[in-house]
Design a protein. Sequence first.
Length: 170
Amino acid sequence: MTKSEFYFIMTLVSKMIYKYSELLKKEIYTSDADIKKAITNGKLFKIDFGLYSDKKINSKLEIMSKKYENYIFNSDSAFFYHGLTDNIPSKYYIASKRGSQKIKNEDIVQTFMEDKYFEIGDTFIFYNNIKLRIYDKERMLIELVRNKNNISYDMYKEIINNYRNIIDSL
């Protein structure tokens, strides 16, 4: 199965948050009026600009993963979601292509990467039943070594020790 086939299947299976265009593609909603009627009836909830959900309360991570689905979780976020550290990041760390628009959200730390390096190690994982686009553990090991001076010693040591525990699975 290719990465795009996997992405398509997981998109169908794990839907709770929809983009406006996705709602119109579904057979239930055929127009903007149908969507507004569903919101009025409480069958659909508008959670952000262009984002809708079939449940009233959604986690911030779930909203972020849908809103910024063309971006990839990296750095502290990736280490945490892979289970390599217990340090819960105070912000969401994501990578984007160099020419991408700057995200104006104080909860996000955005890193810009050259296009040729952006998708290397790109994968999907499920964290608390939320599909995340994230760099794989091998790519994150490279990033850890590259950025070791920007990471606290204790966190660096914890992550390296956790990599030693999973060395056979890399």
